[in-house]
Design a protein around this ligand. Structure first.
Ligand code: G6P
Length: 431
């Protein structure tokens, strides 16, 4: 990926960061880079994620999915980091395999999804690092039951990706299911480039090697200066802008196929950096669609936002048919791709003209190589930002609190967090 931070400079944006401030910040980037390289070399928790391009074995993943490689549909059961990476990759590319991601436990939605699938032609991909997440385990039990009710042997069609131990590992062993391991030292939201994110890609027939090669090429760009490394330029600029009041980061891909990427990014940014009363709020947007809903706020609302554009250079196009309606004649000379590009340029210019900070992240195409680079680059940007904020990027204690409260409420153990639920302050206004 390439990054253009010109529209975030203080000379053109407010809030903005001056070139001199970035140069001073670059000294901290150099220190952070050393820390990151050391963490990678020593395979420390979290930093190990940045080693995935060289550690992930595509052959091992393909061998595990071989029994279900010709499935018509793939049902992935997982949530958060155990779903969003896989969904980002699967949703980016065309495939003959229909993919469904069962993360939420909304009963009506789960039932609708299951009813829509040809179960006898469907493979199940269960993913949970801990093997204990209530939503994932509950949905898996529901899915198994649905397969049994339809007379389909789920044990023939299930692949498990989980840690070394835990209830899901026990279940995989008991039923002799093909299984893969979540790599040690890799938190869920940083695991897209491992089996966690790549089993679905393998079943869909996507190019695993290209994903890893793109990520490995991005790893080669990591350097001790933000002016030499696109990932660090992004991480350092967002950090600097947050410190100057841009507490919200709206990520706006101009590609429908990358809409899920914005969801993945939101988890990465929020769970990694949102601690010690610090962090930038990620918002998911989509160009050109959200030009017609959110752009008003971004250009004319409070000066507390950064907009991150994600652009793609090239790809399939489609011409707009000519018409004899005079006012629409200009469209007939264009393609949908040209229209989308013009929408982006107009939106970027409209923010710049109103002195609103924005950053461009540029991809050459939506293909496996470029997506691998994008996922890796954003993970590296996030790790760098975590070093600059001085937070523990790789933990998520606030999420764990609610997980414990949920288990306590359902009788899954004694958790003091569950007691807080009854202490809610009420001020009800009834109809
Ligand atoms: O992979 P699992 O252990 O099932 O965890 C799934 C998700 O659970 C929690 O919500 C964590 O905060 C996420 O970081 C994690 O990705």
């Amino acid at each position: 990926m390439d990054v253009d931070i010109g529209n975030a400079l203080a000379s053109v944006a407010s809030p903005g960061v001056s070139r001199a401030s970035l140069e001073r910040l670059d000294e901290r980037v150099a220190d952070a880079h050393e820390r990151i390289e050391r963490g990678m070399t020593n395979r420390e928790h979290g930093y190990e994620a940045l080693n995935l391009p060289e550690r992930t074995d595509p052959d091992e993943i393909r061998a595990a999915v071989d029994p279900v490689a010709d499935a018509e549909a793939l049902l992935t059961v997982g949530i958060g980091g155990s779903s969003l990476g896989a969904a980002t990759i699967a949703n980016a590319f065309e495939s003959d395999t229909e993919t469904v991601f069962l993360d939420n436990v909304d009963p009506a939605w789960v039932s609708r999804k299951l009813a829509s699938l040809p179960l006898e032609e469907t493979a199940i991909n269960v993913v949970s690092r801990s093997g204990t997440t209530a939503e994932t385990l509950a949905n898996f039990l529901v899915v198994r039951d649905a397969f049994e009710s339809a007379g389909v042997d789920w044990t023939e069609r299930t692949i498990v990706t989980t840690g070394d131990s835990g209830p899901l590992r026990d279940l995989a062993d008991r039923h002799d299911l093909p299984s893969l391991k979540v790599p040690d030292g890799v938190p869920g939201r940083f695991s897209a480039l491992s089996a966690v994110g790549m089993v679905a890609a393998a079943v869909c027939g996507h190019d695993l090697e290209a994903l890893l090669e793109g990520a490995a090429a991005e790893r080669e760009t990591l350097a001790g200066s933000l002016f030499e490394c696109p990932a660090y330029a992004y991480g350092a600029t967002t950090y600097a802008l947050d410190g100057r009041g841009a507490g919200t980061n709206a990520v706006m891909p101009y590609a429908e196929s990358l809409e899920t990427f914005a969801e993945w990014f939101a988890q990465l940014w929020a769970e990694s950096l949102g601690k010690d009363e610090l962090g930038q709020t990620p918002v998911r947007a989509l160009g050109a669609t959200d030009q017609h809903s959110q752009l008003q706020l971004y250009r004319a609302g409070p000066r507390d936002k950064l907009v991150t554009f994600l652009t793609v250079d090239g790809g399939p196009d489609r011409s707009i048919p000519e018409t004899d309606v005079d006012d629409l004649a200009y469209l007939g000379d264009s393609t949908l791709g040209e229209l989308l590009a013009a929408e982006f340029e107009a939106t970027e210019a409209s923010l710049a003209a109103a002195d609103r900070p924005n950053v461009r992240v540029e991809l050459e195409a939506v293909d496996e190589y470029e997506l691998g680079g994008l996922l890796y680059g954003m993970e590296a940007a996030c790790v760098l930002a975590g070093e600059l904020y001085r937070v523990n990027t790789f933990e998520q204690p606030a999420v764990e609190w609610a997980k414990k409260a949920t288990r306590g409420l359902l009788g899954g153990g004694e958790f003091e967090e569950a007691e807080a639920v009854a202490e809610k302050t009420e001020l009800r206004v009834e109809r």
